[in-house]
Design a binder for this molecule. Sequence first.
Ligand SMILES: [Ca+2]
Ligand SMILES: [Ca+2]
Ligand SMILES: [Ca+2]
Length: 167
Amino acid sequence: MNTAAAMKHSLLATLLTLAALPAVAASHSSTTFMTEQDINGDGKVSLAEFKLGRQVEFVRIDFNADGQLSEAEYLGEFEGRLMARISKTADPEKRKEELQRQMRQAKVRFGVLDADKNGSISLEEFQATGLRMFKLHDRNEDSTVDEADVKIAEDERKAGKTGFVSP
Ligand SMILES: [Ca+2]
Ligand SMILES: [Ca+2]
Ligand SMILES: [Ca+2]
């Protein structure tokens, strides 16, 4: 193991003790987002907490520990989770279709995350996309996603407004 990898592994060990791994991409529902990203269990998600969760996820996907997510690493990680999820689908034809469809979408997502189009996702690129998602949920812009933001979203929905994220 080289020094960078060794350092990364000790970082990973530290992060793993701090955080449960967010298993899925940031959700479009603020309530789900809060449940999934609330690492310390205080019922809200601070920006620092969210960034830490993203970093843990990045480190987990960065299999060869070079600080970049290659397309193979990104798609491979996604495929692993996808296979576990769709293994419940009994029909092999449907399973295959779903796999192909989801993998196409994952490839598109990789292209979006790789903002500078150099063929890999840096931590900065990974965090930038996460930050955009965080800001969508943090409606009152106090750098925390909590009940207050869900309340605003609910009020908006009652008023007939629909948005990219839901309560
Ligand atoms: Ca890598
Ligand atoms: Ca890039
Ligand atoms: Ca907020």
